[in-house]
Design a protein around this ligand. Structure first.
Ligand SMILES: Cc1cc2nc3c(=O)[nH]c(=O)nc-3n(C[C@H](O)[C@H](O)[C@H](O)COP(=O)(O)O)c2cc1C
Length: 379
């Protein structure tokens, strides 16, 4: 069984110093060109300390891909010098820098301010999305390759293909979202075609650099009747392993969640993926509510994963990575402190405002007063 402080050597020889990854987190804070701001770099810098891998926020591969206001861009060559700031910041804190490559498809946030049409594998009137044309599909596949080339030029150690969280790649894989009648829709083989073509495009963009790490993030199941099941996702994982990716990252709300359908529902999804990858020399990353050092250690000790990724834990506790070294679980927050401001939480204003936006105003007023009273009494 691995210790959290053990190094890991990917199948391409790249060594990661420990088993901890910062999960990709959108921050709504790049400028209007998708270029890194000081706010964004200040968010990354403390949080990368103590982590082996830092997976940077979802980053758009072309104009249609943008799903958030302030989303970083890797769609143009003049993005490279700005992406370099992100890679350098991560490196200055001692982690390997991975850029997450993203296309939102029809799952665009309402305030994304993106003037392009919404596109998806199939028309979806509720999301005002139209079906992607064959040439848009070809172009988008190429754009993932272009973004990979830029990530490499910017000094990133690798890319993570965002195939999770309902975005474009998942929309293609899911029979619930994909009703195409061409070679990209219908059978599982056809629904796998687009995500796997993206993988091939990314691999071909870095074929002269075998040390460049490629990961793929996926969401294993959907609740809809025609939605993804474990058997779809296990087939995807098998195909990714054949392509000798360095890692597969399973996006879960809770690391311990059990399979829903088409697999042994008494077993956790992570356990089933780990079993599938036995002997295939592809690393697995697990994530979901591992918001203290002890929970991260316990998850690794299940033996179902090679790495644990941390989202909210490190968002709310920027010193998370350093805490793991001494297993210091004292006084940790589950959420940013909403009774204080963005600067107190070492977060960009726009990101902090997203959290405030989830809380009804009267509740926020109570949180602020309670926070003040607690501080007054030194609690
Ligand atoms: C503020 C925020 C932004 C996120 N942005 C991304 C993202 O850009 N890409 C992605 O794949 N997941 C994103 N996620 C999901 C996280 O990577 C992670 O999977 C999820 O938060 C569960 O892990 P946790 O319980 O440790 O937070 C985001 C989560 C949060 C809280």
């Amino acid at each position: 069984m691995a210790n959290i402080s053990d190094s890991y050597t990917f199948n391409n020889g790249v060594v990661v110093k420990n088993r901890l990854a910062v999960a990709p987190m959108t921050h709504w804070s790049s400028d209007e060109n998708g270029h890194a701001t000081e706010d964004e770099l200040n968010f990354i810098r403390p949080r990368a300390h103590g982590f082996g891998l830092f997976i940077a926020a979802a980053t758009a591969v072309n104009p249609q891909a943008v799903g958030f206001k302030g989303e970083p861009s890797a769609m143009r060559d003049d993005d490279i010098e700005h992406l370099k700031k992100i890679a350098d910041t991560i490196h200055s804190s001692g982690a390997l820098a991975i850029l997450q490559l993203h296309h939102s498809g029809k799952d665009r946030q309402a305030n994304a301010n993106n003037p392009t049409e919404v596109v998806a594998p199939s028309r979806d009137t509720a999301k005002q999305a139209r079906e992607m044309t064959a040439s848009e599909i070809t172009q988008t596949i190429a754009d993932f390759g272009g973004a990979t080339r830029r990530a490499m030029a910017a000094g990133f150690d690798g890319v993570e293909i965002h195939g999770a969280n309902n975005y474009l790649l998942q929309q293609f894989l899911s029979a619930h979202h994909n009703h195409r009648t061409d070679e990209f829709g219908g059978s599982l083989e056809n629904r796998l075609r687009f995500p796997l073509a993206v993988v091939d495009s990314v691999q071909s963009a870095c074929k002269d650099n075998p040390q460049f790490v490629i990961g793929y993030r996926l969401t294993p199941e959907e609740k809809h009747e025609q939605g993804l099941t474990m058997s779809d996702s296990l087939a995807l994982v098998e195909a990714l392993a054949q392509r000798k990716l360095q890692y597969i990252h399973i996006s879960l709300q809770n690391f311990y969640n059990k399979a829903r359908r088409n697999a042994d529902t008494n077993r956790s999804r992570m356990d089933l993926f780990y079993e599938k990858l036995q002997g295939k020399n592809v690393a697995l990353i697990g994530v979901g509510k591992l918001n203290t050092p002890q929970k991260a250690i316990d998850a690794l000790n299940t033996g179902w994963t090679d790495f644990v990724a941390i989202g909210m834990g490190v968002l709310a506790n920027p010193d998370f990575g350093e805490r793991v070294a001494s297993n210091n679980n004292q006084g940790m927050r589950k959420m940013p402190d909403l009774s204080r401001n963005a600067a107190f939480n070492q977060m960009p204003e726009a990101m902090f405002n997203q959290f405030l936006g989830f809380v009804p105003k009267p509740v926020l007023a109570v949180i602020r007063v309670t926070g003040k009273v607690k501080r007054l009494f030194g609690k």
